[in-house]
Design a protein around this ligand. Structure first.
Ligand code: BG6
Length: 502
């Protein structure tokens, strides 16, 4: 019954994710008394430790503001050492769950915080001890990224999981969907009717999406990252999700399948540059030594764990298209990089200019000459109307427009209308994992990725990577702390403008 308590089983509980994200998020939920039915948590990993040791480890990692929440969670936090590949170990896990609040009948969310190669085997083993099937509605599996390495492996993994679980039991995480400002892309677009009539090729000139990070691949991440790279690590998932929410068609309801159908339709209509243009319309690069936020940092190739001769990209920028009546012909510029000057995720929607430019004519130039130069692209018209959806760390929305500067002449200058979450609500968005863990318990899959969605995203990422390979697109470098290679500026044409620096 839905009023029965839940059990959250973190499989792979010794990893960093448990300490940094999952237990803090569960502590927040415990503090708020959510979900109403209550929940308990079992950490499972191969390391031998007692409940008390596990609690002490988690308590040590807890930030001060979460102490109270953690105290509420601690009595319901347990640990069982087990190897998920050993059925006898899983029998112990099963017995442990039966003794926890809610017992064997409690709803169960298995959170697989494991190496991707263990996702399918772990599910098979959990099923073999009858922990998974039986109550499809009360047995859910949350799967962390990366979900596959390419389209083929993602399809293979989907098939393996579908042999045991129904699609509605699978909760594939993209933590960007848990971010308040990412969800607000839907709210902002489909609650405010004034933007929708403008949200198309007739009024929008260009869209750019930036996901910049100042971090590199420090803290032992390099060996993993080197097998992944910027396209697989960020573009295929987080960036395409943000883009899909910003550009998809309106769903007819907030039913999870309706929302996800629209995202899938959008992702299926997303096109990479044509093969013959790939070298001009995309950039792959890696950071060299430089300085980020005032600190000297080493280049990617010198990071510990990066093999000699690595050609992995830490930066990607490309000019894509969406083949739909709404967006045909509107350039979609996507950019992500590590070791850029700052952390910044943002969507910028640049609106078209008025058909006739009446203002800001240079002194001494005739109206006729001014119009001709603008038409021929010898002079660029100012783009006054840009809507910026700032996702993180600044959580804000701003709309720029031109206003007449005081004085005798008709000189237009830029101005802004701005909204900031913190100023307005006195706080930023809730933690992404808190929202997603709660949704997994209450059974709302809207913010999780469906099998076809993952596959559509991989098709796009694979196309980019495949073309880079077949067309020998060279990898360039950029100094750490810069905004990336200058080649990326050439993705904008003529008077289209340039990349945002936040
Ligand atoms: C992860 C990537 O999925 O997202 C990391 O693997 C990246 O490389 C991280 O740093 C960024 O997440 P956030 O929430 O800090 O923007």
């Amino acid at each position: 019954m839905s009023s029965d308590p839940w059990q959250v089983i973190i499989v792979g509980a010794s990893g960093d994710l448990t300490r940094r994200k999952l237990i803090p998020a569960l502590s927040r939920l415990a503090a708020k008394g959510k979900p109403q039915a209550g929940f308990s948590v079992l950490g499972v990993s191969r390391r031998a430790k007692t409940d008390e040791q596990f609690r002490a480890e988690m308590a040590e990692a807890m930030p001060d503001d979460l102490r109270e929440g953690f105290d509420a969670l601690a009595p319901r936090l347990f640990y069982e050492p087990a190897d998920t590949q050993k059925p006898e170990d899983l029998q112990r896990v099963k017995a442990r769950l039966a003794a926890m609040p809610g017992g064997a009948e409690a709803g169960k969310v298995f959170y697989l915080a494991l190496k991707p190669s263990l996702f399918a085997p772990a599910v098979e083993q959990l099923a073999s001890v009858a922990l998974l099937p039986g109550h499809p509605k009360r047995r859910r599996v949350v799967i962390e990224k990366p979900f596959g390495h390419d389209l083929g492996s993602a399809q293979h993994l989907n098939e393996a999981l579908h042999r045991i679980l129904r699609e509605e039991q699978l909760y594939r995480i993209d933590h960007y969907l848990g971010k308040e400002t990412v969800q607000n892309l839907l709210g902002f677009r489909f609650h405010n009717a004034i933007f929708e009539p403008l949200w198309n090729r007739h009024h929008v000139e260009l869209i750019q999406v930036t996901v910049a990070e100042h971090l590199g691949v420090e803290h032992g991440r390099a060996a993993y990252y080197d097998t992944t790279g910027a396209v697989r690590d960020m573009l295929q998932n987080h960036m395409l999700q943000v883009l899909a929410l910003a550009t998809m068609e309106p769903p007819s309801s907030l039913d999870p399948e309706e929302v996800r159908d629209q995202k899938v339709a959008l992702l299926k209509s997303l096109r990479t540059p044509h093969a013959e243009d790939i070298a001009q319309q995309s950039v792959r690069a890696r950071y060299a030594a430089g300085a980020v936020r005032g600190e000297d940092v080493i280049g990617y190739l010198d990071e510990e764990g990066v093999p000699d001769g690595s050609t992995t990209e830490t930066y990607v920028a490309l000019r894509a298209q969406i083949d739909s009546w709404r967006w045909s012909g509107v350039p979609i510029l996507l950019r992500h990089g590590k070791r850029l000057p700052k952390k910044m995720t943002e969507v910028k929607v640049q609106f078209r200019t008025p058909p006739l430019q009446l203002f800001n004519q240079p002194a001494g130039m005739s109206q006729g000459e001014y119009q001709r130069k603008l038409r021929d692209g010898d002079l660029c018209q100012i783009r006054p109307n840009v809507l910026t959806l700032s996702i993180q760390p600044r959580e804000a929305i701003s709309l720029s427009f031109g206003v007449k500067a005081p004085g005798g002449d008709m000189v237009m200058t830029p101005a802004q209308l701005s909204f900031d979450y913190k100023d307005h609500f006195g706080q930023g968005g809730a933690d992404a994992y808190e929202r997603l863990l709660l949704d997994a318990m209450i059974g709302d899959p809207t913010l999780f990725l469906r099998a076809d969605e993952i596959e559509a995203s991989w098709r796009f990422a694979d196309d980019v990577l495949g073309m880079w390979q077949t067309h020998d697109v060279p990898i360039t470098t950029y100094p750490a702390g810069s905004w990336g290679p200058s080649e990326a500026d050439a993705l904008f044409e003529g008077c289209e403008g340039g990349w945002s620096i936040g």
